[in-house]
Ligand binder design. Structure first.
Ligand SMILES: Nc1nc2c(ncn2[C@@H]2O[C@H](COP(=O)(O)OP(=O)(O)OP(=O)(O)O)[C@@H](O)[C@H]2O)c(=O)[nH]1
Ligand SMILES: [Mg+2]
Length: 486
């Protein structure tokens, strides 16, 4: 991979990191990266994490909480004034009171959660402040897709885009854009109308790849799917051209290349520098169920996206910035999200699938020096478990309220009725999901995948609403921050 950033970026990041470490001596803080492609469950994870810590949720595997050492947890003013605050209260209100999931995140936001605790050991009590601030940033998952672009020239971007567009799972969706690009004249004079048409057509192709039926993941540039404040901006008016020689000055290819480079410099690098390079710990959320449901092409594409993105966290060794950065993220948790869609008997298999996706990513990137763990979890548990009798068999089922419009077979749900669903099993031989022999358009498992509404919360005897139920959020917290509260 080409060098990630220029010297100026390296110096800036080194300076930032140094300043933060120095200030961290006085008031300990930890930047937790919640990484995940769009719809992986970042916003729900952040909301549930804060709600459970602030409201003393059931977190038996989170040691500080279990042993009653957390005195107080609250939201505080965040460190970066220029970043909007994460709308925690709104997200929790809609999850709990309206039983609605948050909308797709359209812009960046940040929040600081401060935990006051009592150290477990007398020694630590003497030297620690008994206070830890956790800074968390939420952003549209699409933007992560841009990080790998930092290491790619325009020529490499074009080649990769064409290689992907020709895959069986994409060829029909990309044909219109490839047709347009095929008749454009890369060496002809730069022309704004052609550039705009190509960018629009390429964007339409990326959007089509993202629909539920295809559920593809490797879809850069991320701002084409989620422009944020760049909506309609000329910074997004470029597209890949058929691979070829470098364009002469003034040509369409030269203009596209210039805009691609400007996109990296003015859009991608600042995001990387300000939000990604400063992380101390990271949880990577992976929604494998969506891809499994869509087929082998979607699984391969998910693995590709995760591998490329994780490589950015450990790329280009040997520079001032990467050496600093590489030492910084010391714990990475890879989490299979939405495990509440499966009966707990399948959780181990879901975990194994995500471990397999991550194993490949980790073996290609260099994660030495960081502790890595893998976990199947649900930040918000929307279902409970039960059994139903069918003839002489007893089937494990999950019970929840499917979202309005969800279907199983001929049945369409109304969003109000609680239903028992037999979710089906994940295969015991997960190798078959990755060996590429399965058909692209065939689902890989017989899981019955429906989305559920957030759960109806129980009330305690004194009428208080209990905190959001989850699966293994406590284990995730113990791994991510447990040692900092020891
Ligand atoms: N059942 C269940 N569904 C979940 C859970 N977490 C997320 N979901 C579902 O996944 C969808 C996406 O979750 P978000 O938290 O909005 O995902 P995100 O990663 O923030 O997505 P972007 O903002 O688009 O990047 C939600 O609307 C829910 O349908 C969970 O723990 N359990
Ligand atoms: Mg979100």
């Amino acid at each position: 991979m080409a060098s990630l950033t220029s010297f100026t970026d390296e110096a800036l990041i080194a300076l930032d990191t140094f300043a933060e470490r120095a200030s961290g001596l006085f008031s300990p803080s930890l930047r937790l990266g919640v990484t995940g492609l769009s719809r992986a469950g970042k916003t729900v994870f952040i909301s549930s994490l804060v709600h459970n810590i602030v409201h003393g949720g059931r977190l038996p595997m989170f040691e500080a909480c279990k042993s009653g050492r957390i005195a107080r947890a609250y939201l505080e003013q965040q460190p970066d004034d220029e970043v909007p605050r994460f709308q925690y209260e709104d997200h929790v209100a809609s999850l709990i009171h309206e039983r609605l999931w948050p909308d797709s995140t359209r812009a960046i936001s940040e929040m600081r959660l401060t935990i006051e605790y009592e150290s477990a050991s007398g020694w630590n009590r003497l030297f620690s402040s008994g206070k830890l601030s956790i800074d968390i940033v939420d952003y549209p998952g699409e933007w992560l897709l841009d990080l790998p672009l930092l290491g790619k020239s325009y020529a490499e971007f074009c080649k990769d885009a064409y290689d992907l567009a020709n895959l069986p799972v994409r060829a029909d969706l990309s044909s219109e854009w490839r047709g347009l690009a095929g008749i454009a004249k890369p060496d002809g004079d730069a022309d704004e109308t052609t550039a705009r048409r190509l960018a629009e057509s390429f964007t339409a192709y990326l959007k089509a790849c993202k629909t539920e039926e295809r559920a593809l993941s490797t879809l850069p540039p991320g701002r084409f799917l989620m422009p944020g404040d760049l909506e309609g901006s000329p910074a997004l008016t470029f597209a890949p051209l058929p691979p070829g020689e470098k364009g002469r000055s003034g040509s369409l290819r030269a203009m596209m290349e210039r805009r691609y480079e400007a996109y990296k410099t003015h859009v991608v690098k600042p995001f990387f520098r300000e939000h990604i390079a400063r992380l101390d710990r990271q949880i990577v959320l992976i929604d494998a169920l969506q891809a499994l449901n869509a087929g082998a092409g979607a699984m391969a594409d998910l693995e590709r996206a995760v591998t490329e993105i994780l490589a950015c966290f450990r790329a280009g060794r040997g520079s001032v910035f990467t050496d600093l950065f590489a030492r910084k993220i010391d714990r990475i948790l890879i989490a299979a999200t939405k495990a509440d869609h499966l009966h707990h008997e399948s959780h181990d298999r879901l975990q194994a699938i995500v471990r397999r996706i991550a194993d490949r990513a980790i073996s290609r990137a260099d994660f030495s020096g960081a502790a890595v763990d893998v976990l199947a979890m649900a930040a918000v548990r929307a279902t409970r478990e039960g059994t139903i009798k069918q003839g002489r068999d007893t089937l494990p089922v999950i019970i929840g309220t499917p979202l309005a419009g969800e279907e199983i077979g001929d049945e369409e749900f109304d969003g109000k009725t609680e239903t028992a669903v037999f979710p089906g099993d994940l295969p015991s031989d997960i190798g078959s999901l990755f060996d590429g022999k399965a058909h692209n358009d065939a689902a890989l498992t017989d899981i019955r995948f429906v989305r559920f509404r957030p759960p109806k919360l129980e009330r305690s005897t004194d009428g208080l609403t209990l905190s959001l139920p989850h699966i293994r959020l406590d284990r995730a917290l113990q791994f991510l921050i447990g040692d900092r509260l020891a």
